[in-house]
Design a protein around this ligand. Structure first.
Ligand code: SF4
Length: 208
C-alpha cells in the first residue's frame, strides 16, 4: 500500500517525537508514560506550545509496528498519544496493537475530529479555535480546560454540561498566564467544587 493510503488506514502515522517521561498534567500527573506525539494539527490555538507539530508533512511517517517497538524499550506500560491533534488519524490500528502488547492507552485531544481508537483514558481538552466533534462527549474521562482568558470559565461550563456524568472536570492555568489566573482558578474551584485544578507540573520540573 502506498504511504498516503497507509496513513488514511492508520497503519502508518506521522510521528513528530516520542519519548519516555512523567505525565505532568491531569489525573495521571506524576505517572511515568511514553508519549507519542503525532504530527498534524488544524486547530490553531494562539498559545499553542507545539506549533512545530501543525504541519504533518514535516515529520517521518512510521509504521505502527515500529512505533510500538520503540515504546517497548522502556519499562513503563502507559502510552499517551498526543499531538498535534491525534484524532486527525484513525487510531484503531495503533491502539489495538498497543493493547495487544500490554500497554494501557491514553489520549490527549481537543476532540476536533471524530473519535477513534481503543483507550483506557481520554483527556478531552476543547479549544475555542475549532469546535469539538460530538463523538467526544460520551467517551471523555476527563475534561481539561486551559484558562487563558476570563471567558474560559464560561467555556469550561459549556462543555461540562455536555460530557458524560463520570467525566472528571479540570481547570488548568495556561503557563504564560498562570500568575494572572491561578488565584481566580483557586477561588473558582473552591466555590464550584465539581472542578479540580490541574497544573503543568512537568514545566515546574523542567522535563518534556
Ligand atoms: S490543539 Fe493542541 S497542538 Fe493543536 S494548536 Fe491547539 S494546543 Fe496546539
Amino acid at each position: 500500500m502506498e504511504k498516503k493510503k497507509e496513513v488514511e488506514a492508520g497503519t502508518m502515522l506521522p510521528v513528530m517525537e516520542a519519548f519516555y517521561t512523567i505525565q505532568g498534567e491531569g489525573t495521571f500527573s506524576g505517572h511515568p508514560a511514553y508519549f507519542i506525539r503525532l504530527g498534524g494539527c488544524d486547530v490553531g490555538c494562539v498559545w499553542c506550545d507545539v506549533k512545530d507539530s501543525w504541519e504533518a508533512a514535516k515529520w517521518p511517517v512510521l509504521t505502527i509496528e515500529d512505533i510500538v517497538a520503540e515504546a517497548r524499550q522502556y519499562p513503563g506500560r502507559k502510552v499517551v498519544i498526543t499531538g498535534g491533534e491525534p484524532l486527525m488519524y484513525n487510531l484503531n490500528p495503533l491502539t489495538t496493537l498497543l493493547k495487544k502488547e500490554g500497554f494501557t492507552t491514553h489520549i490527549e485531544t481537543s476532540g476536533a475530529h471524530p473519535f477513534s481508537g481503543e483507550f483506557d483514558w481520554v483527556c478531552f481538552s476543547p479549544k475555542k479555535f475549532k469546535a469539538p466533534h460530538p463523538s467526544i462527549y460520551e467517551v471523555a474521562n476527563e475534561l481539561k480546560v486551559v484558562i487563558f482568558h476570563k471567558s474560559d470559565f464560561d467555556f469550561a461550563e459549556k462543555h461540562a454540561s455536555q460530557v458524560n456524568k463520570a467525566c472528571k472536570l479540570l481547570l488548568q492555568p495556561e503557563w504564560s498566564k498562570a500568575k494572572i489566573f491561578t488565584n481566580e482558578i483557586i477561588t473558582y474551584a473552591k466555590s464550584h467544587p465539581n472542578w479540580n485544578i490541574s497544573l503543568q507540573t512537568h514545566k515546574f520540573m523542567d522535563i518534556p
